[in-house]
Design a protein around this ligand. Sequence first.
Ligand SMILES: Nc1ncnc2c1ncn2[C@@H]1O[C@H](COP(=O)(O)OP(=O)(O)OP(=O)(O)O)[C@@H](O)[C@H]1O
Length: 317
Amino acid sequence: MSDVLAVDAVGLTKTYGTLTAVDRLSLQVGQGEVYGVLGPNGAGKTTFLRMLFGLIRPDAGTLHILGRTWDEHGIRALDGVAGFIESPKFYPGLTGRKNLQLLAGLDGGAGRSRIDEVLETVDLRGRERDKVGGYSFGMRQRLGVAASLLRDPRLLVLDEPANGLDPAGIRDMRALVKRLAGSGLTVLLSSHDMAEVEEICDDVTIMRTGAVVYHGSIAALRAKAPEQAHEIHTTDDERAALLARAAELEVTRLDDGLAVRGPQPQIDALVAQLIGEGIALRRLTRRETPLEALFFMLTEPDTDPAAPELAITGAAR
Ligand SMILES: Nc1ncnc2c1ncn2[C@@H]1O[C@H](COP(=O)(O)OP(=O)(O)OP(=O)(O)O)[C@@H](O)[C@H]1O
C-alpha cells in the first residue's frame, strides 16, 4: 500500500461571516482506513466534506487528497475519489440500472462494465429494473453507493449514509460499508451517531462547533469512556439511592427513577441488595453506551472538552 495519505488536512478553516464553520481542522486518513468524522448537527462535518469535494474553498489551511490538491490539480484532485454529500440524486422516472448507465456515460463510460458488479455489491440485483421513484430511501442511498463504486475509487466519502433510514436500512447500510471496508477500500464517513462510528470505524475525529475535540482510535476512546449507566426503577427510589451511593456507585435522581453508573459487578450486587432489603425492582435498563456518554460529554454545549476528566483533547496523531 502506498505511503500517500488518502486525506491530509492541516489547519483547514472555513468561515461564513462571523461564524467559523470549520476551525483549524487537521486530520489524516491513511489508505485502507475506515475513518469517521463524528459530531452533532452543525459541528462542521458537511462543510469539511464540501471542501474535500471542491464545492467550497477553505479560507485557510491545506488539503491533500491522495496526494493531490485542488489548487495544483483542479478536478483531477478527485481522481480515485467517489462518494456523495447529503443524499444522492437520481432520475426517479428511470430505473436504477438506467441511472447507473447514465452516470457511467457521464464519467467517460469506464464504469459501464461494472454495473452488474456494483448492483450486486449493494444488494440491488433484482430491483435494478424498477424505477428509482419507487425505491425506499435506503435503496436510494445504496444506489448512491453503487454509483460511487462505478468509478472503482480508492477513497469512498459518505456523508451521514445512514441518516434518515429505518432500522433495517441502517443495518443494511452499515453492513455494506463494513463489506466495502473489508475489501480494502478507504472509507471516510461523517456521522452524528457514535454507535455507527464505533461499529464501522477504526479511527475518529470528533468535532464540536467547527473544532476538533478528539482525534484517535476508537480503541483509545473506549478506554476513556465512563462506566455503563443503568436506569433503575424501584418501589423505594429514596432508599435505593442511599444503598447505591453506599456501594460507591454514581447516582443521579431522574424525574422517575435513578440513573446509576459503575462497574457491572457493583450494579449486580446492588440489585441483590435491594431485593434483600425488601425493595422490589420494577425496571432495570441500560442507558446510552459508555462511548455515547463520552460523546455527549465531549460535544454538549455546557461541557468543557478541555476539562481534566475528559483530558483527551488534542490527542491528534
Ligand atoms: N453556506 C453557509 N452559509 C452560512 N452558514 C453555513 C453555511 N453552510 C454551513 N453553515 C453553518 O456552518 C455550521 C456547520 O455546518 P455543517 O453543515 O458543516 O454541520 P454538520 O456537522 O454537517 O451538521 P449537520 O449534520 O446538521 O449537517 C453550521 O452552523 C451551519 O449553519
